[in-house]
Design a protein around this ligand. Structure first.
Ligand code: CP
Length: 275
């Protein structure tokens, strides 16, 4: 049966641990598998990317395969994903045909599709990713959707395991208390759901927190020799100061490197022997 990699919650804890162990074998040169020899993988990007695109292309190459990069609305046709649509607008092709045609050429399809930031109730269902998974008869790999970024999550856990062995987190809304004695600081900017799709209002709301909600040396000093993590790209001196991201505590480049290894592990699992 075709298996997808859409969200980490679809995979068991032990399966995710096995993927990280496989990624570590790739990283340390203990796995030289080239199971993609003679095979192609499609990478569909509705949105920009540096790390995901480059690491997927390099990973596929290292596994002996060929990456086919497609950009709907850019270098390939605009895509409709809704069921029963009358396609008399600006969309030229439906996902139903797109994924089945690409599936005749390629052994798997990776797709990046961010939220359109128009309708929270609809977009929280990940409609474009779901349409890809519904119509495809080859594995679909989520390269970041409206709700999930499982390749990033796996690389993050791999990085924590490499640096610390294991991790455990609790929730606090107090930014100063949250730094106290922790081993990992993971920064990410979020929008307020009541201002979904209203960027100007969201920015205005966040302005009052801006001075305090930044990872700086004073906050890092409260940690227990904590490491600084971020998925990148990051806005310097908005999310994190130059002093922190350039310090030895910052592991953001290792974290980005681990994207390559975990994605090779995912491809191996989805497309290895028997698949
Ligand atoms: N972290 C991450 O997914 O980076 P890109 O958006 O550059 O791919």
């Amino acid at each position: 049966m075709t298996r997808n990699f859409l969200r980490t919650s679809d995979w068991s804890r032990s399966e995710l641990q096995s993927l990280i162990e496989s990624a570590l074998r790739f990283k340390h040169g203990d796995d030289q598998a080239r199971m993609l020899e003679g095979r192609s993988i499609a990478l569909v990007f509705f949105n920009p990317s540096l790390r995901t695109r480059a690491s997927m292309q390099v990973g596929i190459f290292e596994l002996g395969g060929n990456a086919v990069v497609l950009e709907p609305g850019g270098t390939s046709w605009t895509l409709e994903h809704g069921d029963g649509m009358v396609m008399d607008g600006d969309k030229t092709e439906h996902v139903a045909e797109f994924v089945r045609v690409v599936g005749r050429y390629c052994s798997a399809i990776g797709v990046r599709t961010f939220a359109a930031l128009q309708n929270w109730e609809e977009e929280r269902q990940d409609p474009v990713l779901s349409a890809f998974a519904r119509y495809a008869d080859v594995p679909i790999i989520n390269l970041e959707s409206a709700m999930h970024h499982p390749c990033q999550a796996l690389a993050d856990m791999m990085t924590i395991r490499e640096k610390l062995g294991s991790g455990r987190k609790k929730v606090s809304n107090d930014i100063h208390a949250a730094f106290e004695g922790v081993q990992v600081v993971y920064a990410k900017s979020w929008g307020a759901s009541q201002f979904y799709g209203m960027n100007e209002k969201d920015v205005a709301e966040r302005a009052q927190y801006r001075r305090d909600w930044i990872v700086d040396a004073q906050k890092m000093a409260r940690t227990s020799d904590g490491i600084f993590m971020h998925c990148l790209p990051v806005r310097r001196n908005v999310i994190v100061t130059d002093g922190v991201i350039d310090s030895p505590a910052s592991v953001v480049i290792d974290e980005a490197e681990n994207r390559l290894h975990v994605q090779k592990a995912v491809l191996r699992e989805l497309l290895g022997e028997g698949n």
